[in-house]
Design a protein around this ligand. Structure first.
Ligand code: BTN
Length: 270
């Protein structure tokens, strides 16, 4: 097993980090109290690996807070301390066309892990890669393929756990939530992270082996099914009633012209 890398500003204890490497499939951890973005750092590590190093098992870049957390497209991820913000860098050999499925699978793992800590949390997937709890966003996922090394996958996850949104701006309170607000108490972040990583390992192993089960699970949790939506594809918008997620992970929209599968985009709910 690799040693944990503690950066000089580390705040989690050695015991917490040791617990993570003993109880999960993660083999190396780089912990930062503050960093610009764990995804950016993971991509940098992937570039460095290309020059001689190899990934010796899953690597976790974990931060207490980010100053420039990245979201999809031009979005930014902002969260107060108390959130889980991390990027898992893994060897995956996942073909690019399966990325939508990977996002949904990671989202599913987050739903399942959170439900273990708070069973009545009504966890759903908002295609393509948000996780909702009681109709509000609890977690965002940003999966990136390092250009320098496309056999690696950088899975960035932010989950609002102990960072209450009660005193956040009103528009954020209306759309987002934190697990502590839903449950009425705080959680041990190391325990929750351990649960999420273990569920992630299990669900990532299911890709390609238990695809039918995965598809059923995404569909059961799809927040958008039978709702009127507009999908912004970048070049054009598709509006209609969502008819679920197809076998490839595309969102299916019923439009006046027929059923249209959308492979990437951002969704507005009506
Ligand atoms: C989104 O909602 O558009 C995706 C948000 C993803 C945020 C996470 S937080 C950890 C990781 N590092 C980043 O810079 N972004 C992801």
């Amino acid at each position: 097993m690799q040693r944990v890398t503690l950066t000089p500003d580390a705040a989690l204890t050695d015991a917490d980090l040791d617990h993570l490497t003993r109880s999960t499939f993660v083999r190396q951890i780089e912990f930062h109290r503050t960093i610009d973005s764990t995804n950016r750092r993971a991509l940098q590590l992937a570039r460095e690996l290309e020059h001689g190093g190899s990934l010796d098992g899953p690597l976790l870049v974990l931060a207490e807070s980010q100053t420039d957390g990245r979201g999809r497209g031009t979005n930014r991820w902002w969260a107060r301390p108390g959130a889980l913000t991390f990027t898992l860098l893994i060897d995956s050999h996942l073909p690019q066309r399966r990325l939508p499925q990977a996002s949904l699978t990671v989202g599913l793992a987050v739903c399942e892990a959170i439900e273990e800590f708070h069973p009545r949390s009504d966890m759903q997937l908002k295609w393509p890669n948000d996780v909702f709890c009681r109709q509000r966003k609890l977690s965002g996922i940003l999966i990136e393929l390092p250009l320098s090394n496309p056999r690696l996958l950088a899975i960035g996850i932010g989950i609002n756990i102990n960072n209450s949104l009660r005193d956040a701006p009103e528009e954020l309170q209306a759309t987002a939530t934190a697990l502590c607000d839903v449950a009425g108490h705080t959680f041990d972040l190391t325990e929750v992270l351990t649960g999420v990583l273990n569920r992630l390992q299990y669900r990532l192993e299911c890709i390609g082996r238990h695809d039918d089960e995965l598809r059923t699970k995404w569909r059961e949790r799809c927040l958008l099914t039978n709702r009127d939506v507009q999908v912004d594809l970048g070049t054009r918008k598709v509006a209609g009633r969502c008819r679920g997620i197809d076998d490839d992970g595309a969102l299916v929209i019923e439009t006046p012209a027929g059923l249209e599968p959308c492979f990437a985009g951002s969704v507005t709910l009506f």
